[in-house]
Design a protein around this ligand. Structure first.
Ligand SMILES: [Zn+2]
Length: 465
């Protein structure tokens, strides 16, 4: 069996691994694990426009680990290029991916028409990477399969999905080349054992090779309790001085994790009760999926949250900003909390809130997720005094607070522990989905602590397993 790392090699986005069975010769069955979009700085995003290295019609299927855009967002482009096979994923991934892909298509179309109007694109006629029709066609290919149930991603291959505890529906993907009797486990994005809403990740099965993510491969998460104290203090002082707390959040999962934390802090009277605005149509759609999963007793939900019921994330002081007018009204400021996408401040409605609220010392920006190099979130984290939004520089006077406790990625030690639980150990480990330093650091630790062969594949590198 052969793996080719078409994305998430040397970077955290664009997850795409080509799996070829047998000798990997022309005509041998092949399929993709994940089909993510490249995000972040222009030079990385531009890779979305490269010609896809495999004829899309020659792919038997796609297997999705989860619904985040950097794992499923390229799917409509693949469909536009001719792919028409099934897209295997868990039932909750199918529900969330439909929401995310429609939103992504709308954004692609809006961005292209904006660039056409303003004439700032380097292209005479800027085109969308894909449109809503491509997204709808991709959504029609989604083929939900329950956790633990075997399916065939291509002739001669068997696969199964197990919970990864990262976001609702997230899966560890196990693939076996039946004839060669070789098995590869893909961690996908691996959650932590203590996700506030979800049950912990499954252990990897015995495998020839494991492909493991390394988003936080060079970092350990801070103590959750200590960080929650910091967050409560930052929110309290901001609200007391009449300021607004802006929290850029990945629309799906991070919003729910935040709401759960805000609910607990309110109940324990550690923060004042103030209006909490969820300002992202996609986040609100995602919230309904989580509320339904909790109400419906979904097995992915952890027991504590299941016992608490939908009120765990559906707060009485939650306000939904659905229209652009409702969203713009929030920029007046005042004592409130705004949770808005995108998570790195690189697009979406949160950019407008940052533009309006960053120049005021009374406000606070709470960074709760991974901030990739080159994004406004990363610049704020690194102490920028001005950041560029929509072509204009904005003064940064608001307080910037970074809280890592809400990460839904395992940290370095948690990744190592998960690998260690594979019995027997795999012969090879491939470290992907990290910035180069993070991947290299994790590889070094794996080599030292687990004594297995470990490789950080280069973009486009092909390996035999
Ligand atoms: Zn993810």
């Amino acid at each position: 069996m052969f793996l080719t790392f078409l994305g998430a090699a040397g970077t955290v986005t664009g997850s795409k691994t080509l799996v070829q069975l047998g000798r990997g010769a022309p005509g041998d069955p092949q399929f993709l694990v994940d089909c993510g979009m490249f995000q972040g700085p222009r030079e990385i995003r531009s890779r979305n426009w490269d010609t896809f290295p495999v004829e899309p019609t020659a792919l038997s299927s796609v297997v999705l680990s989860h619904a985040h855009l950097d794992h499923c967002g390229y799917l409509p482009a693949l469909v536009r290029a001719g792919f028409s096979g099934p897209v295997h994923c868990s039932p909750n991934t199918a529900t969330l991916a439909a929401i995310i892909l429609r939103d992504s298509a709308r954004l692609q179309e809006e961005d292209a028409s904006y660039a056409r109007k303003k004439g700032f694109s380097r292209h005479a006629q800027p085109q969308a990477l894909y449109g809503i029709d491509d997204a709808e066609e991709a959504i029609s290919l989604l083929a939900p399969v329950e956790f633990g149930v075997a399916f065939s991603p291509a002739d001669g291959a068997t696969a199964r999905l197990d919970p990864a505890g990262h976001i609702l529906g997230s899966s560890i993907v196990t693939v076996t080349d039946d004839q060669a009797a070789r098995t590869v486990v893909f961690s996908g994005d691996l959650g932590r054992g203590n996700h506030p809403l979800l049950a912990p990740p499954a252990q990897p099965v015995s495998a020839t090779a494991i492909v493991i993510e390394s988003t936080y491969g060079d970092r350990e998460h801070e103590d959750v309790e200590q960080e929650t104290d910091q967050m409560a203090a930052a929110i309290t002082r901001t609200l007391k001085r009449g300021g607004t707390v802006v929290i850029p959040a990945f629309a799906v999962d991070r919003t729910e994790v935040l709401l759960k934390a805000l609910r607990s802090l309110q109940d324990q009277q550690r923060i004042p009760v103030s209006p909490i605005h969820v300002d992202s149509p996609m986040a609100l759609a995602g919230l309904r999926v989580y509320v339904d999963a909790i109400a419906g007793g979904d097995a992915e939900i952890n027991t504590a949250t299941a016992a608490e019921g939908p009120g765990a994330i559906d707060l009485p002081n939650l306000h939904e900003a659905t229209t652009p007018e409702q969203s713009m009204a929030l920029d007046r400021g005042g004592a409130r909390i705004i949770v808005s996408a995108s998570g790195m401040g690189s697009g979406g409605r949160v950019t407008h809130h940052l533009k309006a609220l960053l120049p005021d010392r009374g406000n606070t920006v709470l960074l709760v997720g991974f901030q990739a190099v080159g994004t406004p979130g990363r610049m704020l984290r690194d102490g920028a005094h001005e950041i560029k939004i929509h072509g204009k520089y904005v003064a940064v006077r608001a307080e910037i607070v970074e809280i890592e406790a809400f990460s839904v990625h395992a940290d370095a030690s948690e990744l190592i522990d998960w690998l260690r639980s594979a019995d027997p150990r795999p012969k090879q480990v491939f470290v992907n989905h990290g910035e180069q330093d993070a991947s290299d650091a994790l590889a070094e630790r794996i080599r030292r602590e687990l004594d297995v062969a470990v490789i950080v594949p280069q973009p486009g590198e092909r390996v035999a397993v």
